[in-house]
Design a protein around this ligand. Structure first.
Ligand code: ATP
Length: 207
């Protein structure tokens, strides 16, 4: 299981711009870190690089287990990382129920996991609606369901709270706390403060 994420002298360039250079950072089991910075500073790019969706230009992204052994990055990403981006990764024409079933196959949910997702994020009344008919907040709750329904150590979250109202922000904060208590790790790009004490990684503003 991923016990720590280390960024070592990491540099990412997008187009003509160097987003950051020689970034060092470490996140341990049980820790949450808020990734902050101006629009365009590189928060999404960093999350996508950690998830393996884009390549860094220099430096390393390292996953360690609890004995400080390096994990195979492909395996670690494939089995133990959730990336929840702006677009939620949901198909509009599927019902919420079918979308959860799809996630079940794809991510290795158990039926208990699906039930927990439904229970945690109040999805029962939404299950027969097509995803495209859900409000932004309902859609986000459905997307968040995969985090609690399929246990993966490292959550990479891009503005996870954005469309949620106060009630569901509180519910999600509890889900994050539970994940941390079970030795999970969370790196979350945010513009608004997270509702818990967190470390901050600041990518700064635009040059
Ligand atoms: N595929 C791409 N090709 C070229 N440049 C890109 C690409 N994707 C992103 N960028 C650029 O990289 C920079 C960082 O974008 P990124 O989405 O990582 O920023 P961000 O900090 O998440 O911003 P925001 O707070 O607005 O979500 C931006 O200037 C963006 O235009």
């Amino acid at each position: 299981m991923i016990h720590s994420l280390s960024l070592s002298r990491l540099s990412i360039v997008r187009g003509e711009r160097v987003l950051f250079r020689e970034l060092d950072f470490e996140l341990q089991a049980g820790e949450v870190c808020a990734l902050v910075g101006a629009n365009g500073a590189g928060k999404t790019s960093l999350l996508r690089a950690v998830a393996g969706l884009i390549r860094q230009d220099a430096g390393e992204i390292i996953f360690h287990d609890g004995d400080r052994n390096r994990l195979d990055p492909r395996e670690a990403r494939g089995r133990e990382v959730h990336l929840l981006g702006h677009l939620d990764g949901l198909k509009g024409a599927r019902t919420a129920r079918d979308e959860l079933a799809f996630q079940c196959d794809w991510l290795g949910h158990t039926q208990d996991g699906v039930d927990e997702a439904v229970e945690t994020f109040g999805l029962k009344p939404l299950l027969d609606l097509e995803v495209r008919k859900l409000s932004a907040g309902q859609r986000r709750r459905l997307a968040l369901g995969r985090l609690v329904g399929s246990p993966r150590a490292l959550w990479l979250l891009d503005e996870p709270m954005g469309p949620l109202d106060a009630r569901w922000r509180a519910v999600f904060a509890e889900a994050m706390q539970r994940h941390l208590r079970s030795d999970g790790l969370i790196l979350a790009a945010v513009h608004d403060a997270l509702p818990m004490p967190v470390r901050t990684l600041d990518l700064g503003g635009l040059a």
